[in-house]
Every structure is written in structure tokens, then in C-alpha cells.
Design a protein around this ligand. Structure first.
Ligand code: TXD
Length: 319
């Protein structure tokens, strides 16, 4: 990118999340957008539709839809949503073999056409898909990250707001671990108006437990309602916040699936941890003190992710 060029953002998979991501990126004026899908006409139609909003929204972004990987050439940020979503009754892990095939294909093409990009993986099962992308692409760990924790934390914040009647803006929340039912929401590090959640007036441990449980099952709650697919607005908004923090070098801290080399005692594993996102991608993992029960829950979540990694080996996607 020279100093007069807009950042180039490529979204792989033009489905529910991909389409919304393209629209959100355009509305924020983050850069020029390429929407890719294997289905003919789908990315072209959505890109053109979004382009036609730009005069009304006063946006100076260009958008194209494509079925040709060459069009993602030299993208600065790539967001991968390609894959199938859950249907009612399915776990995220049920998607592994189908989505791994798709991810392997996507990774080869991203490596070929956009070797210097920052890559945000969204496809499920998230922690395994981001690991697979990392292994196939060979990209540096700063360039590869998975979106999940920010979404889980946003769900946690929304439910705390519903319970307390306090603005979501005054609420922060913390969720660690893999993006699955073993994720680890941390009430002790979640705040309402600066007050730790367990100390907030009227917040009983039963109420906290039910909010935590609803957060853990937040994705499933939406799948059960929609019946034909999974959540897409909040996932798109979450990935957009990560993209913006990188493109605008905002250095925001989000929980996200990041590559561990010893942090929290984990090695060669992507798992949800708080990290700083800026112009150099995933710039730093923040290590905090965990209480024994919290570490135990995180270890359990890490073990679940490890077993998905083993499945990828059994299925011969990685060695
Ligand atoms: O927190 C999170 N990370 C997530 C992840 C939250 C919600 C949903 N999450 C997962 O994202 C979900 O389980 C799926 O694996 C992905 C995408 O969900 P979305 O709801 O956008 O699915 P769609 O609407 O089915 O879109 C997927 C698109 C669709 O248009 C396919 O044609 C396309 O992916 N697709 C491909 N694109 C490129 N290349 C290949 N090979 C390919 N195969 C399918």
C-alpha cells in the first residue's frame, strides 16, 4: 500500500457474516473491499448492492464481488468466513471435517495471493480452523488470529445490561478459552460502572451463574431461534472491531484466539486470551493472574481445543 492508497480488505465467504462484514467495513470507510465466494453471482450481487448504498451513505470505498482468488491480490486484511454454519442440534465441532477442507483451500490461496496480509479467521470450529490456517499458510503468529472472545464478551455484556438495566457502554466483560461450550467467562474481571460484577448491588451469585450459562450457550440460543443458520450480525460487528483496531492501529485489547508459545502454560495452540490488536496485528498477549478454579476451567477448555487439533491430524489435514 503506498501512502495514497486505501487499505484493501478481502472477505472470503459472502454468506451471512461475509455480506454484513462487507457492509460494515464500507460504512466505516475502512478501505476498498473484495468479497469472494465460490458461488457464482453471490459475491458480485452483494458487493454491487452495497456499492449502491455508498452515494446515500457518503462512502468513498470501492467494492467488488468475485469468484477469482486473483482479486484478493495484496490485500492488507483478510477475513475468512467460508464454511458451513451450524443447524439446530449440531455442535461447532460437528463442522470440523467439512470446514477444514474449505479452510485448507482458502489458506493455500491467501498464502499465494496475499502473503503479507493480516488474517482474521471466523469459520467454526474456530480454534481449530485458525490453527489449520496458521499451519498451512506458515504466516507469522502476529498475522493470524481468530474472532470469538470479543463476540462472547459482547454477549456477556449484553446479558449483564439486560439484568442490571445499565448501559452496555458502562459494562466491560472478560471471556477466555476456546469458542465452545467450555469457554470461560470471568465475572471477577467483568465490571459494571467500574465495579467488579460480583460486588455490584443486587448481583447475586445465582444471577451471575445464569448470565454466565446464557453466555456459554449464546451461539446455540440463536441457532435454535433461526433454525437455518447461526448468528451473523454480532459476529460481523466483532470481526469489524478487530479489523478496525488493526487498520487504524488503535491498540485495543480484545479476547481473541491467539497463538500461544508458553503463555498461560500453553504451547502450539490457538486459544482465546486477551491480546492487543494494532498496526502489527496481534501485537501482544496479556497474561493475568488466574485463580486455581479459573485456570482449571481454562485448562479444560484448552484440552477440548487440543482434541480438535488431534482430529485434524487424524483426518490428515496437518502432520
Ligand atoms: O464466533 C465465531 N467465530 C462465529 C463463527 C460466530 C458465528 C458463526 N461462525 C461460523 O462462521 C459459522 O459456524 C460458519 O462456519 C462461518 C460462516 O457463517 P455464516 O453464517 O456466514 O455462513 P453462510 O451464510 O453459510 O456463509 C458461508 C459462505 C457461503 O456463502 C458459502 O458459499 C461460502 O461460505 N463457502 C466458500 N467460500 C469460499 N471458498 C469455499 N471453498 C467455500 N465453501 C463455502
Amino acid at each position: 500500500m503506498n501512502m495514497f492508497q486505501k487499505p484493501k480488505i478481502a472477505v472470503i465467504g459472502a454468506g451471512m457474516i461475509g455480506g454484513n462484514l462487507a457492509y460494515m467495513a464500507a460504512k466505516k470507510g475502512l478501505g476498498d473491499i473484495v468479497l469472494f465466494d465460490i458461488v457464482e453471482g453471490l459475491p458480485q450481487g452483494k458487493a454491487l448492492d452495497i456499492l449502491e448504498t455508498t452515494p446515500i451513505e457518503k462512502i468513498n470505498s470501492n467494492l467488488i464481488g468475485t469468484n477469482n482468488y486473483e482479486d484478493i491480490k495484496d490485500a492488507d486484511v483478510i477475513i475468512i468466513t467460508a464454511g458451513i454454519p451450524r443447524k439446530p442440534g449440531m455442535s461447532r465441532d460437528d463442522l470440523l471435517s467439512t470446514n477444514a477442507k474449505i479452510m485448507a483451500q482458502v489458506a493455500e490461496n491467501v498464502k499465494r495471493y496475499a502473503p503479507n496480509s493480516y488474517v482474521i479467521v471466523i469459520s467454526n470450529p474456530l480454534d481449530a480452523m485458525v490453527y489449520l490456517f496458521y499451519k498451512i499458510s506458515g504466516f507469522h503468529k502476529n498475522r493470524v488470529m481468530g474472532m470469538a472472545g470479543i463476540l462472547d464478551a459482547s454477549r456477556f455484556r449484553a446479558f449483564i445490561a439486560l439484568e442490571t438495566g445499565i448501559s452496555v457502554e458502562s459494562i466491560s466483560a472478560f471471556v477466555l478459552g476456546g469458542h465452545g461450550d467450555s469457554m470461560v467467562p470471568l465475572p471477577r474481571y467483568s465490571y459494571v460502572g467500574g465495579v467488579p460484577l460480583p460486588h455490584f448491588p443486587g448481583m447475586t451469585s445465582e444471577k451471575i451463574e445464569s448470565i454466565v450459562e446464557r453466555t456459554r450457550k449464546g451461539g446455540g440460543e440463536i441457532v435454535a431461534l433461526l433454525k437455518t443458520g447461526s448468528a451473523f450480525y454480532a459476529p460481523a460487528a466483532s470481526a469489524m472491531a478487530m479489523t478496525e483496531s488493526i487498520i487504524r492501529d488503535q491498540k485495543k485489547v480484545f479476547p481473541a484466539a491467539v497463538y500461544c508459545e508458553g503463555e498461560y502454560g500453553y504451547n502450539d495452540l490457538f486459544i482465546g486470551l486477551p491480546a492487543v490488536f494494532g498496526g502489527n496485528g496481534m501485537e501482544k498477549i496479556i497474561e493475568i493472574e488466574l485463580e486455581p478454579n479459573e485456570k482449571e476451567a481454562l485448562d479444560k477448555s484448552a484440552a477440548a481445543v487440543e482434541s480438535l487439533k488431534e482430529n485434524l491430524k487424524t483426518l490428515n489435514f496437518i502432520t
